[in-house]
Design a binder for this molecule. Structure first.
Ligand code: ATP
Length: 235
């Protein structure tokens, strides 16, 4: 198993955001993490990335515990998060934002990785010298994913890549996420867009109030009445 999360608990002050979340990402898979506002999806990703310290529970990556490690060490181990809202440097160029993704690295393959990112996102090559802030929402999402790829992840944590994007652009992002996965990167995909996420994932979990309410094969969740009513807009 590439990533194993066991009994994860996170508190913000007195409030318990995660109340014993367990999930797993097999090597090579896309796993979807669904749920409504405030269910704990982002907190789960932040705990895996080392950005919040869990009150209890364990996280193992490639069999080694990473719970409580610094974010930098977790990135170096191969777990890279693409935050919700992209968090780019808007005044810096597209190229500079991409180069920042490789800041932990000093190897000679940064150039070829840049080419690979441009292969996934040709529009970023065209716009390489433009300020990141001048890109469209979809292009900014592409840049945020491209920047994460520059860190050479084995596991990409994607937080709501479809947020605020038009349906056509969501489809484009979904196709790229699929290609990135086929190129060998495993993905934990947080989405409110269950349709998109279940189309990409092999397995999925639904978080409700900080616990996993439903989990299983993506195809089974698509057929599940509760999921259809709550997350797929089926009356
Ligand atoms: P969204 O889709 O709205 O981002 P989410 O499923 O990602 O929702 P989280 O952001 O993980 O949910 O939030 C889980 C719970 O923790 C919510 O009740 C939220 O209000 C609370 N919370 C999140 N971040 C903080 C924080 N920094 N301080 C206090 N409470 C927080």
């Amino acid at each position: 198993m590439l990533l194993e999360v066991e009994g994860l608990r996170v508190r913000y002050g007195g409030a318990e955001a995660l109340r014993g979340v367990s999930l797993a990402v097999p090597e090579g898979d896309v796993v979807a993490l669904l749920g409504g506002n405030g269910a704990g999806k982002t907190t789960t990703l932040r705990a895996i990335s080392g950005l919040v310290r869990p009150a209890a529970g364990g996280i193992r990556f490639r069999g080694r515990p990473i719970t409580g490690q610094r974010p930098k060490a977790i990135v170096a181990a191969g777990v890279v998060q693409v935050p919700e809202g992209r968090q780019l440097f808007p005044r810096m160029s597209v190229l500079e934002n991409l180069e920042l993704g490789a800041y932990l690295r000093s190897d000679r393959e940064i150039r070829s990785d840049l080419e690979r990112v441009f292969g996934h996102f040709p529009v970023l090559r065209e716009r390489a010298r433009q300020a990141a802030g001048s890109l469209s929402g979809g292009e900014q999402q592409m840049l945020a994913i491209g920047r994460a790829l520059m860190a050479r992840p084995r596991l990409l944590l994607l937080d709501e890549p479809s947020l605020g994007l038009a349906p056509r652009v969501v489809e484009e992002i979904a196709a790229i996420v699929h290609d990135i996965n086929r190129a060998g990167v495993s993905i934990l995909l947080v989405e409110q867009n269950a349709e998109m996420a279940l189309g990409l994932a092999r397995t999925a979990c639904v978080l409700e109030s900080g616990t996993v309410a439903i989990s299983g094969a993506a195809a089974d969740l698509r057929a599940d009445e509760r999921v259809r009513r709550a997350y797929l807009g089926v009356a």
